[in-house]
Design a protein around this ligand. Sequence first.
Ligand code: PLP
Length: 374
Amino acid sequence: MIYFLDNASTTKCFDEVNEEILRASKDDFYNPGALYAQGFETKKKLDDDRDVVLKAIGGAGYKVIFTSSATESNNLALNQVNKNAKIIIGGGEHPSIYEAALSLKNRGVDVVFAPLNKDGCIDVERFYELMTPDVSFVSIMHVSNETGNINAISELCHFAKSINPKVLFHVDGVQAFMKIDVSLQVLGVDMYTISSHKVHGPKGIGALICKKNLNLKPEIYGGGQEQGVRSGTENYPLIAGFIKAVRLTMPRIENNLQIVTCKNNALLNELSQSGVSYEINGAGEKSPYILSLSFVGVRGEVLLHMLEEYGILVSTGSACSTKKIGNRVLKAMGKNQQQIEGNLRISFDVADDIDVQYVSKAIKECVNKYKRIV
Ligand code: PLP
């Protein structure tokens, strides 16, 4: 029995999604740019799929650019920054924003990182100080992939626009989309990134959703697909699979949230009853899908492999940054070395059966074993 508790890194495709990908590969393989009826038909389906995404995300007045991943969408968003710009980037961003921002910095862009508070959210007061009229671009994630913290996007965006109405406000919404209620109209942001494989869709598909009137600078030049922004023949079968996952999840977001909250609470309850010592990283408004714990005095990486022996799969943070030393986000929250080293990220999904007693007992046994040996 495998307990997959690493759903923030990826999720398993729904069976219906796999069937839809296969169906679309067989029946809808035509190039959406082709000038005969089958091409038009595929293009029409592709455009209907954009509407499904927009409906799922309160996106009237927005358009959808399909990409190969959220990483690409985030890079596309940062591609809009001009050479001499001043920009603000959240202090807890995923590497696909953080590293891209560092590369802009190396090319002369004035990049300012907005600090996190000790609870794991963007420090709103500090953001207000940093947000000056010369800031032309802001990128702040909606839900942290490390701690599950939910940033006050609407508040930050409306403030930024009150200081510079022309500022472009981008949000990495990968861990929020289809997990918490999201309405782009309410948030008021210009661009929003989503990923298919975090919501039981296939890997290799993401999207950048942006305001209809925004003329984005292309990232990939060629035949002019995706409204001239991202050339290359659209991967319709994977997009169809992604949309199937969205259609299946959309009516269940609220219900799923309640179920996952129960799982999260139940595991914490078991852990606190077990007597094992742990700290929760992040406080305040949080997504129940992600639980970041620190077992002080234990190396999270070793704990991860010990838990693997029990069939429990977790992570020590973002899968994309496991090769980097330390955890940049926990560091930005002011955590000390021991808290950072002892970090374990448990990320839930509504579909997985989880025996919280078994998981909690395994964690306790592994922590005690580690402490006896080391
Ligand atoms: N942004 C966040 C917040 C993520 O959690 C991830 C994946 O872990 C990404 C971006 C990158 O997503 P993708 O794998 O689709 O490139």
